[in-house]
Design a binder for this molecule. Structure first.
Ligand code: FAD
Length: 373
């Protein structure tokens, strides 16, 4: 008899499995329909021997000490500061937009003190900031919005930024100095031997059994268990009772190039040219030394694996209905990006799972007390 059947071996499922087994002594069966653990963070060596991320580049960054320390039990880290450039008007410019982006683009020599006035001159005031377009246009003006954001967003979501919630671009920073790092979180590092090795360590506990290449519905009736932890799409769990929650998908095209380096930074964004949104060169992320290099092109598309919940108010409303169903479903816990229909980063999913674990353990403590144990 298993205490928990865990559906999905990504961050959400693996953190839950590890905590429940190693800390609470529970017996776990964790199932994934894919051929591997790690969910979307899975990495592997390609045919040329270059370590690549199968589902697109995953860069770890967090401000949470708790999350970083927790994951540090399962991996050493390689310090890594992520850098991205955008191909705009025939040149590569730092993104997020910073002092160098503006000076090079317009042939200016502004200082950090002068740049805010430059932005103010072009920023269009908005009484209410409702959409993604409002966010950017009210910060930097229409021209920069058109060159760096509008077409990228259209490619990525197949929606104009004016149709997307402000939340999508609300966190896009604009810098008045020359800081060209993509993130500024306290902890920025990559698992030294890759994500999959880290997941292997998390799941290497005698109380955890891993079953791959299996949809949980194929075996659910045949296996005795007490409760479920579900990290798949919430609408699928309820057989799409209220309709499908919309997702955006991606097609990844990998290529190995017969030279040491392909591009000057880890990621190049192509807001205005080509059908792909960005190209990533993995050796920057992993620090691997190899005489060849592997890259991936990302082509956004409507159908396929559910990758990005689409942040529009009507989708949030539809999710609320599923959330109410989920709350009323006893013996099943919903956690992770797909099960809570949120555009979460890896660290946020780890934090969400650690919080759920605390809730489950304090619940069972209270139940034990109530039964006089
Ligand atoms: C292209 C891309 C790039 C990203 N880049 C970053 C980044 O740079 N930094 C960052 O912090 N985050 C990034 N993320 C987000 C990150 O991938 C997620 O936060 C994280 O993987 C979510 O973990 P999860 O366990 O919730 O979901 P997942 O990793 O999706 O795991 C869910 C698992 O459940 C399994 N499953 C679903 N249904 C069933 C079923 N019926 N039976 C059995 N198994 C099932 C799936 O196969 C899957 O493996 C990125 C996401 C994408 C798509």
């Amino acid at each position: 008899m298993f205490d928990y059947l865990i559906v999905g071996a990504g961050f959400a499922g693996s953190v839950m499995a590890e905590r429940l087994a190693a800390d609470a002594g529970k017996k776990i069966l964790i199932i994934d329909k894919r051929m591997h653990i790690g969910g979307n963070a899975y990495d592997h060596h390609d045919d040329a021997g270059v370590l690549v991320h199968k589902y697109g580049p995953h860069i770890f960054h967090t401000n949470s000490r708790e999350v970083f320390e927790y994951l540090s039990r399962f991996t050493e880290w390689r310090q890594y500061q992520h850098r991205v450039q955008a191909w705009v008007d025939g040149q590569l410019l730092p993104i997020p937009i910073n002092l160098e982006t503006i000076n090079r683009m317009y042939g200016l020599k502004l200082t950090s003190f002068e740049l805010p006035q430059f932005f103010e001159k072009f920023a269009e005031k908005r009484a209410v900031v409702k959409t993604s377009e409002d966010v950017i246009v009210s910060k930097v003006g229409r021209e920069l919005y058109e060159k760096f954001f509008r077409n990228y967003t259209r490619k990525q979501w197949d929606l104009d930024p004016s149709e997307l919630d402000a939340a999508v671009t609300a966190r896009v920073p604009v810098r008045t100095n020359n800081d060209d790092r993509y993130f500024t979180d306290t902890y920025q590092a990559m698992p030294k031997y890759g994500y999959t090795r880290m997941f292997e360590k998390m799941l290497a506990h005698p109380n955890i059994k891993v079953l791959l290449n299996t949809d949980y519905r194929e075996i659910q009736k045949a296996i005795p268990y007490n409760e479920i932890i579900y990290t798949g799409p919430v609408d699928e769990y309820f057989d799409y009772r209220y309709g499908r929650l919309p997702y955006r998908s991606l097609e990844f095209k990998f290529e190995t190039v017969n030279k040491d380096r392909h591009q000057p930074v880890a990621v190049i964004n192509y807001p205005n040219d080509y059908l792909y949104t960005r190209v990533t060169e993995f050796k920057y992320l992993t620090g691997q030394e190899h005489h060849k290099t592997s890259i991936v092109y990302e082509y956004p598309k409507a159908s396929g694996d559910p990758y990005y919940p689409i942040p529009r108010s009507e989708n949030t409303e539809l999710y609320r209905k599923y959330q109410m169903l989920a709350a009323a479903t006893h013996g099943v816990y919903f956690v992770g990006r797909l099960a809570t229909y949120k555009y979460y980063n890896m660290d946020q999913v780890v934090a969400q799972a650690l919080t759920l674990y605390s809730k489950i353990t304090s619940q069972s403590r209270q139940e034990a007390l109530a039964h006089g144990a």
